[in-house]
Design a protein around this ligand. Structure first.
Ligand code: G6P
Length: 387
């Protein structure tokens, strides 16, 4: 890896999330000696790339940094000699996500960006593209790390590692970050004084929490978050927060992620999704409008910081995953992170060579998962079925 002059390429650079990413790099300016940031997109994303790219340049200038920002439709130029490649692209843009959601719902089954039939459609469209990117990387930046954020992140990461053969792939998601913050807030304990273990697959993982004294606090959190008083519910903007069955979670002894709703309380979620479908308001349809508003804001030549409105999207804290991952690899920081990575026996209920989403420190060599072992029987079947 280049020491002292990093080149970072982001595929899908025209995404409305790019200011989030830039903010994350700026926050870590003392740990990341960035020289060049290359934002790449395709012809259909050119206008967005130009708008958000200009905004990225303003943010960097306002931070007093001399990083070069290159906006390009030439993926090869962006990949050449890159140290890190991050991916945040959406094949077919938001219109394809609208179909992912609406087609299954028109048949009365779950239509969601990453779960059920919609997630499958997205995987079928996206996997050939990630494999083509890896083919380019093999020629142009054979030592680079691939930081994948593209959904369905678990499946795309598995394709990259298992079928693309790119072992230096880490799959990321913002959901665990939200859970960590939620636990700290609910327990009134700083996040750094808590220890978390997450395990499962992307958008289908559970977690357990311990304090500094080694006391497990999971059951207490289940009571606080999902108990009769329901002090706080779902923290994800993109998932309808129908309540979980408290007794089920108590019995399970693990905290679910928001996406478990689509399976644990399937009827309520499906009913709600079908209502949204009938009103023409599936999540992608809503997001398309939000995105239009965001790009109007981004056009303002005076805007040089991430606007609050970006928090309306489900991907908040995205940069705390992506940029921290890069900083932790580069500096061998051993930041405790939740990563989609090769199982290698971490979860004994799943095959060795599949990709799982688990906790562990991120070192200069990548992610080193903590052992998880076996799931209780009430979770084993469903995780195997999902995989
Ligand atoms: C969550 C997930 C992301 C997903 C996002 C959707 O944060 O972790 O994988 O892309 O929500 O948010 P959106 O605003 O696009 O519905």
């Amino acid at each position: 890896m280049t020491r002292g002059a990093l080149k970072i390429a982001t595929i899908g650079g025209g995404s409305s999330y790019t200011p989030e990413l830039i903010e994350g790099y700026i926050k870590r300016k003392d740990e990341l000696p960035i020289k060049e940031i290359w934002l790449v997109d395709i012809e259909a994303g050119k206008e967005k790339l130009e708008i958000v790219g200009a905004m990225a340049k303003r943010m960097i200038k306002a931070a007093g940094l001399d990083w070069e920002v290159h906006l390009t439709l030439d993926r090869e130029a962006a990949l050449k000699g890159a140290d890190f490649v991050s991916t945040q692209f959406r094949v077919g843009l938001l219109d394809a996500r609208i179909k992912d959601e609406r087609i299954p719902l028109s048949h009365g089954v779950l239509g969601q960006e990453t779960n059920g039939a919609g997630g499958m459609f997205k995987a079928f469209r996206t996997i050939p593209v990630i494999l083509a990117i890896i083919d380019d990387m093999k020629r142009l930046c054979p030592d680079a790390w691939l930081v994948n954020f593209t959904n369905p992140a678990g499946m795309v990461t598995e394709a990259a590692i298992k079928h693309g053969g790119w072992k230096k792939t880490v799959g990321l998601c913002n959901v665990p970050i939200g859970h960590r913050k939620q636990a700290a807030e609910m327990l009134g304990i700083p996040e750094e004084d808590l220890f978390f273990k997450f395990a499962g697959i992307n958008h289908f993982h559970w977690h357990r929490v311990w304090d500094k004294e080694g006391q497990e606090r999971t059951q207490e959190l289940i009571d606080l978050i999902y108990g009769p008083k329901q002090e706080q519910e779902n923290h994800l903007k993109n998932i309808f927060d129908a309540p979980f069955h408290y007794e089920q979670l108590k019995d399970l002894g693990m905290l679910p992620c928001g996406y478990h709703r689509y399976y644990y309380i399937e009827d309520e979620m499906l009913k709600h999704s079908i209502e949204e479908y009938e009103r023409g308001e599936t999540r992608a349809q809503v997001v398309k409008e939000t995105e239009g508003r965001l790009f109007e804001l981004y056009k303002d030549p005076k805007l040089d910081y991430k606007p609050k409105e970006l928090e309306e999207r489900g991907g908040t804290h995205y940069s705390d995953a992506a940029c921290e991952m890069i900083a932790s690899i580069y500096n061998d920081k051993r930041t405790d992170m939740v990563v989609s990575t090769e199982n290698n026996g971490t979860i004994t209920d799943l095959p060795y060579d599949c990709v799982v989403e688990v906790s562990g420190p991120v070192t200069a060599h990548g992610h080193e998962p903590y052992n998880w072992g076996a799931f209780p029987p009430a979770a084993r079947g469903i995780i195997q079925n999902m995989k």
